[in-house]
Each structure stands twice: as C-alpha cells, then as structure tokens.
Design a protein around this ligand. Structure first.
Ligand code: NOJ
Ligand code: CA
Length: 552
C-alpha cells in the first residue's frame, strides 16, 4: 500500500464534521440556519481542514424528533431552502475538496409520511410497509429507546384498528424491511441522493433496521443480508460511496456490521472507546480505555471506526456498568437536569470539564489519534458549550457562535424569538466564546484544532496503520502505536491531574530510526525516545505524538 491509497478509501483518513443546519448560519433572517448559510461557511470549513460534511436530517418533517422523523425522503424542508440550494452546497463543497454525506433515516418514517397515512387507512400495498399486529404483543414495554419519554414499542392505531411497531417514539413507525417493495423504495432513496451528489450516508439506527420484530412473520434469512444488499446497491451507483452506521452494539455484535469481508457498513461509530474514554477521564486512569481498545475486534482493511468526543445526542453511557455510569454522572453531570434517558448526559464536553483547556485538548487529541477516523460535531472546534435551558437534546444543538454581536453572528433575527436560544453570557456565551475572537488569538482552541487536523492528515498512519496499545508502567498514561507503509506514529496521553512518569518499550519493529515530536501542547519538557524506549514525564492531562518515517 502507499500514500495514493489514502484518496481511494477516503473515509479511512477523513475528518468528518456533523452539522445541524438549523443551528449553523441563518442567511435570510428567519432565525433558522439554512443551506445557503452552510455554503457560505464552506471556506471556513475548508480552512479548518475538514474533508467530509455530515448533514443531520434536512428533509420535510413534522420535527417531533428533530427531523429524525421523515415525512418525505425526496425533499428539503422549506426552512432550510430548496433542493437547488443543496446542490449548490454540494458542488461548492466538492470544489473545496469536501464531500457531503447525510443522515439516512430508514428504520422508521414519521406518522405523517404518506406511506403511513395510506397504510393506516388499509391501502392494499402500503399497509405492509409497516409492522402490524392484531393484538398488543407481549413485552410491548420492553426495549424502549427513550425511557421516561416513551412507554412502549407498540401503539394502537384507531384508523388501522391494529397495533404498529415503533422502536422509537410512537410517531416513528418502523418500516417493514421484510417487504421487498419497501426495500425497493429505500434503494430509490439512496439512488436519488447519490445522483444529487452525496458521497454516502450516516445510516440511523442500523441494528433496529435489521431486527426481526414481526411476531407473525419471522423471517428466515440472515438479517445482515439486507445490509449487504444496501451496500451492493450503493456501490453499483457510486464506487466511492461510504456508509457510516450508527450501531451502538457491544463487542461480539458490533463487528458483524462491517460484514465478514467488509461488505456491509464501511464505518461504525466506536461507542465502545467513546464510553470507556469518559470513564478514564473521570478516574484519571487510562486503564478503561486501554482495555476497551484491546478488546476491539480486528476489522477488514477497507473498514474503519469513527471516533468522537461528543455527538448530537445525549452522551450515552449505556455500555458502562451502573456503578461506572454513576461515577461519570457524579463528575460530569452532577445535576439531574443534565442527564437524559437514564443513560446519558445532555451536555457538551467542554462544560463537563468547566472549560479546562488541558482536558479538552486531551480528549480531542485522543479522537484524532485513536485507531479510526475522527468525527466532530459543529462548534467543537471552538469549545462550544451547551444550553440546558433548551429541552432534551436541543441543549447541545445550540446556535453556532460566530461573533460577539447581537444574534452571535448566527442570525439577524430578534434573539427573543429564536427557536434555538442563543447563549449570551458567561464563559461559554457568544460574547466571550466565538469564532471571530478565536481567529485573532493564535493560542485559541480553534487554532489548536486546525493544527490537530493538519497533523492528523499529514500522518495517515493513524488512520491506516496497524495499531497496538503499549505498556507505560503507569496506569494514568495510555500509549499507542500505529504502523503503516514504513511510517509510525506513537502517541501518549496522561489522564491524571498530576504529572505522570512513563516508560514505554518500543516493539522491535519500531525502535531505532529518527523519531521526531509531531504534536503536543508544548507545556514543559516532553518525554524523549532513546533506543528502544520512550521515557520522561508528561504534565497533568498532557499528550505528545511522535512520528517516524523510513521513506522520505
Ligand atoms: C439516532 C439519532 O442519532 C437520534 O437523534 C434519533 O432520535 C434516533 N436515532 C431516532 O431516529
Ligand atoms: Ca434561515
């Protein structure tokens, strides 16, 4: 393999940026961010160095789950603009070297979708687009996704005089993917957006998409056949398509979503390392993360993990034990109102650590160096906070803070009437924390992030390499090594709030040669590599990356 390969399987070394269009930039003064706003910010994103823009749902929707309840798969909601505006965005992005992907929400539709409307009125074809039962199935209350806000996964529909299945809210009926007509429709949707110019999809709720829930119609085929089917189809339509699946599953199940031969989903979010990282942070001990990394199954060469610090949902801690989750809650979500769905935190990371720059750098340095491809949520590059005054997951989907001016540079609309409230005051308010301010400050988080992205891109070993966790003789310190194509990157991260000594023995294939420091905060003396050993002391919450190439 060689460097050329990095542009082929592009997702192995991408920097993905997830954006909620409604909260990014409002260009027509109606208080809602729009597609034109995104297009205007493409140069900002290109300058930051991101290579792939992930659009959260922009489709017509009654917005009972922030657009994850689609009423029309072929359109753009009026408030965001038109399909034409989307094409302009995709084209402008492509011209700057940025690909665009979008959420594909096909586990369910909105109840407002014409398919469901026809299904409930007994339409001979559309009825079977959804999953029905004549009687209330036993265990209907089990497996709800939104505990506290959702009581059951089956609801009675009076018009249909039957029960329909919904893994999420009752207004999100599950599609019946056993029905070949539904599969055809989904193919058409995928085909449509690929023609519009998207490079792939973030596929929502994939384990639920293929679960077999129809008690009257147990399918015999391997449910993963359907994912292979989707991947085959997408590939036929576009060779470099990338499918990134949301599958928050444990080891043993998760790897199945890549497919045995890498023939299902190209990328999977690594909820496993993400949650272990939070436990490691609150303990000041790298062990939970080191253990999680060691437990990761090997993946096919074309496949990739997607690493993130914080996504657009609650920070789920569902993979931790009850006691571990309580530990994280106590440190990062001490108040009840900061928690959601009994398993997560509805804050962004910087507020969890009170804006501690050292810990922010530590977290994102991990996201950029751990095996996988980094995914940022808009605003993370400036350390955007959250607004707990907003309901549910809206707390983390607050308007982007561009400048210290009324409307935060996000909108010219009257701030009192905005659907998404601005955060004005305090250390996270737009008066203090905004893009313009950080542009002027060479030491800002924004400038740090730009450097992190640049370094990550210059060292594709991190995305492509075989990797190992190395012993450090100190549980507070994580060391990992990525090796690829004659290049190596070694990274060390100190989770403790005190300086930590470390001593790492480099494996035989990695010692010798000219190692050089490639990334770090420059806070004090860095540990150095001599012979087969990296040793020295890392300041509290500090980190260093070292690189070495045998080729020029
Ligand atoms: C996962 C999405 O990330 C979340 O925001 C949404 O509510 C559910 N899937 C249902 O679509
Ligand atoms: Ca607007």
């Amino acid at each position: 393999m060689s460097l050329e390969a990095t542009s082929d399987l592009w997702w192995k070394n991408a920097v993905i940026y997830c954006v909620d269009t409604a909260s990014y930039l409002d260009t027509n003064g109606d208080g809602v961010g729009d597609l034109d706003g995104l297009t205007q910010r493409i140069d900002y994103l290109a300058g930051l160095g991101i290579t792939c823009l992930w659009l959260m749902p922009i489709f017509p929707s009654p917005e009972r789950d922030y657009g994850y309840d689609v009423a029309d798969y072929y359109g753009v909601a009026d408030k965001y603009g038109t399909l034409g505006d989307l094409v302009e965005l995709v084209r402008t992005a492509r011209e700057r070297g940025i690909r665009v992907i979008a959420d594909l929400v096909i586990n369910h539709t909105s109840i407002d979708h014409p398919w469901f409307q026809m299904a409930r009125s007994g339409h001979p074809i559309f009825r079977d687009f959804y999953v029905w039962a004549d009687r209330k199935p036993p265990n209907a209350a089990e497996g709800v996704i939104f505990p506290g806000k959702q009581e059951s996964i089956w609801s009675y529909d009076r018009a249909a005089r039957a029960w329909y299945m919904h893994r999420f809210y009752p207004h999100q009926p599950d599609l019946n993917i056993n029905n070949p007509l539904v599969r055809n429709e989904i193919h058409k949707v995928i085909g449509f957006w690929l023609e519009v110019g998207l490079s792939g999809f973030r596929i929502d709720a994939v384990p639920f998409l293929i679960e077999q829930v129809d008690p009257d119609n147990p399918a015999t085929a391997d449910p993963h056949d359907y994912l292979r089917d989707i991947a085959d189809f997408a590939h036929r339509r576009r060779g470099d398509v990338m499918l990134l699946a949301e599958a928050n599953e444990p080891i043993g199940k998760i790897e199945k979503f890549f497919g045995e031969h890498g023939d299902e989903m190209h990328m999977l979010f690594s909820f496993i390392t993400n949650q272990a990282m939070y436990l490691a942070f609150v303990r000041g001990d790298a062990t939970p993360l080191a253990d999680a990394l060691r437990s990761l199954p090997p993946i096919p060469p074309e496949s990739q993990w997607a690493n993130f610090v914080k996504n657009h949902d609650e920070q789920s801690l569902d993979k931790l034990s009850d006691a571990e989750r309580e530990e994280v809650f106590a440190a990062f979500a001490p108040k009840k109102g900061m928690r959601l769905f009994e398993r997560g935190i509805r804050r962004r990371f910087p507020t969890m650590v009170d804006g501690d720059r050292r810990r922010m750098e530590l977290a994102y340095s991990l996201a950029f160096s751990l095996p996988g491809t980094p995914v940022l949520f808009y605003g993370e590059e400036i350390g955007l906070g959250d607004n707990l005054a907003m309901a549910d997951r809206e707390a983390v989907r607050l308007p982007m803070q561009w400048a210290d001016q009324p409307g935060a540079g996000f909108t010219t609309a009257d701030a009192r009437n905005l659907p998404r409230k601005l955060l004005r005051d305090g250390p996270f308010g737009y008066r203090q924390l905004n893009v313009e301010e950080q542009r002027h400050d060479p030491g800002s988080f924004l400038n740090w992030m730009e450097r992190a992205i640049r370094t990550r891109k210059e060292w594709p070993e991190l995305g492509w390499g075989e990797w190992r966790v190395l012993g450090t003789r100190n549980p507070a310190v994580l060391a990992h090594l990525a090796t690829w194509d004659g290049g190596r990157v070694l990274a060390v991260h100190n989770f403790a709030d005190v300086a930590s000594r470390l001593s790492v023995r480099l494996p035989d294939d990695a010692n010798g040669g000219r190692w050089r420091p490639i990334f770090g905060p420059g806070d004090g003396d860095a540990p150095t590599i001599e012979g087969d050993r990296l040793s020295g002391e890392l300041p509290p919450y500090s980190y260093r990356w070292y690189g070495r190439r045998d080729r020029v």
